[in-house]
Design a protein around this ligand. Sequence first.
Ligand code: ADP
Ligand code: MG
Length: 389
Amino acid sequence: MNVSELRDRFSARFQRTCAVVARAPGRVNLIGEHTDYNDGFVLPIATEQETWVAVAPRKDHAVRAYSTEFDDQRTWPIDGWLADDFPHWTAYVAGVAALLRQRDARLNGFDLLIRSDVPPGGGLSSSAALENAAALALSEMAGISLQPNELIDLSRRAEHDFAGVPCGLMDQSVSLLAEPGCAFLLDCRSREFQHIPCDLGEHVFVVIDSGVRHKLATSEYARRQQECRQAVEYFRRRDTQVRALRDVSLDAVRAHIEQMDPLPARRARHVVSENERTLAAAAALRAADLTQFGRLMIESHRSLRDDYQVSSQELDQLVEIITAVDGVLGARMTGGGFGGCVVALTREASVGRIEQAVRADYDSPPGKAARLHRTHPSRGASVEVSEAT
Ligand code: ADP
Ligand code: MG
C-alpha cells in the first residue's frame, strides 16, 4: 500500500482529490498478557500490516465514509451518528470524528476512505489501527494539534464509547509510537515506554490465527479483573502501599498462596510472574538472547493456560504443534485468549515447516484453516500526505 494507491482510490470513489493521507499499523503482543489492567508491563510490536486513511474536507456537516475491505459506503451528519442505524465499522470513524469535534469545532464534514491489510478480528488490532489512522488524518486535516497521549486517549475513547469495547492502553500506544525494528516496552501505570531493538538475525516472529473466537471471552475477562481486585485487596490488607498487582512481589505471592482463596491466588501468580517475564524478555531482546526470549514465551503460555486459565484447546494445540517444530524458540497465545492468535519466534528457515505441521495436525474449525503471517517489527503511525491549509 502506498500514497498513490490511496490517492487513486479516493479519487475514483469520491470524484475529488484527497487532502490528507495517514497510516497506522496493527500490533502483536510478544509477552505481557493480562498485565495492562494490573498496572503492569507489555511488550508488543507494530506489524507491517497497516490501515491507511485518506480524507478531504467538505463544506457541509456530512461525513461520507467508505471501507474498501467491506466495500461499504455510509453517510451521516457529523453530530448525528447513531449506533443502531449504522454498521459497526462506522463506529470507529464516527467516534474519532465526534471526539475530535468535541475538542475543536474546526472539524467539519469530510469524505474518508479506508484501505487496510490488517485482517479485521484477526487478533492484530485492526480496530486500533483504524482509530489511529483516522484520528491522525482528521486532526491533520482540521489543523488540530494533539500530543501523542491525547491521540491515544482519543482513539481509546472512540473504541470504548462508540464501538463498545473496553480495551486497555496497549494497542493504540504501540500503533502510534512504535519504531521500526524495535519492540515497544510499555509501563501501563506511568505510560513510560522504551524502544527495544530486535536483533533477530535469522529469526522472525510469526502469528498464527487459530480461526476461533469464543463467546465467553467478555464475561471471563470481567471475572478475571474481579479476581485480580480480590487479590489486590488481600495484599492491601497487609501493605497499604499496594494499589495493584504491579506492587506485589513474586515472593509475596508465594508466601501467601496457601492462605489466599485459590482463584485470586493463581490469577495473582500469573500477573506478577508475567510482569517479571516481560521485563526479563525485554532484557533478553536487548542482549539478543533469543533462546531466553523463546523460553519466556513458553513459560508465559503455561502461566496463561494453568494459572490465568484464558487459553483454549485450540491455542494449546497450536502452541504444542509449533514448539515441536525444529528451529522454533518459543510460542504462546497472544491477546486476551479464548481463541485468537499464537505468536512464535522461529528460525526463518522453519516457517515452511510450521505451516506444514499446522496444516497436518491442527484441528481447525470447519472452513477456517489457520492463517500464518510473518511480522517484522514495524514503524508507528504517520501522516504521509498533508495538503491541509
Ligand atoms: P481486532 O482489533 O482484533 O482486529 P476488533 O473486533 O477489535 O478486532 O475490531 C475489528 C473491527 O474494526 C471490525 O469488525 C470493523 O468494525 C473495524 N474495522 C477493522 N478494519 C476495518 C476496515 N478495513 N474497514 C472498516 N472497518 C474496519
Ligand atoms: Mg480490536
